[in-house]
Ligand binder design. Sequence first.
Ligand code: OAD
Length: 260
Amino acid sequence: MRSHTVAYIGKRKAIMDFPQEFIRFVKNASRVVALTGAGVSQESGLRTFRDAQDGLWTKYKPEDLASPESFARDPKLVWDWYAWRREAVKGVRPNPGHYALVEMEKQIPEFTLITQNVDGLHRFAGSRNIYELHGNIQKVRCSECGTYAETWGDDTESVPVCQSCGGLLRPDVVWFGESLPRAELEAAVTASRACQVFMSIGTSGVVQPAASLAHAARNNGSVVVEINAEPTPLTPKVDFAFHGRSGEILPELVEAVWGN
Ligand code: OAD
């Protein structure tokens, strides 16, 4: 299939810029997968993973904080970084891109949302058939026995500990070098292999295994679509690429496909 790239400028450029062929694919599809990344939450006010960090965190790379080795070396530093991110997430709300994906789930018989985001904004918006591949930042569990903690004190000099075994508490997210939750990953792979349209939205597509899902879809005959602020390593491989903000493009897409 011919690759079709549209540089999307925003609302005023509007609906007619979606190729008719693309609209037909989405409208006729009964199995659609959307894979999202940090870019989808950018318009809610959250920084993407590879953006510069704020204030005291500017001297650290996220990759250097999100690992079991970092936690073993300096658990308090890692705990505090997640506490900072957890607070940032509490203060934000879903944006029109999140809500457009909720609408797609209503319109498409089998719609699967796979997210690398740990912010929980898709669920907050109302998405239901969703796999959170990298966990959820609002959940906390013991690093030793795995017991989930409902409450913990954040005001201590040290990392809070598990009430069952005394192990250090940690966020329930997947760190570099750790395995993804098996059931979620298997379901994500199955859905990606079976879908007719696969959309990669707001992700740089450089972190595995999530990045390989688009290829699994393509190898099984799916139409692959990218929606991103800028080109990514996936762009040359997709059938349709729309470059712009997902909070603008996704609502326009819903309108173009299912509007009157
Ligand atoms: P990244 O920070 O790597 O990429 C964000 C992507 O979103 C980039 O490609 C941006 O161009 C795009 N983007 C930014 N603003 C956008 C907007 N308003 N609309 C559309 N696109 C926009 O984030 P991820 O790809 O999600 O993993 O990163 C994947 C994983 O890497 C994360 O889940 C995390 C990280 O390491 C773990 O922590 C295990």
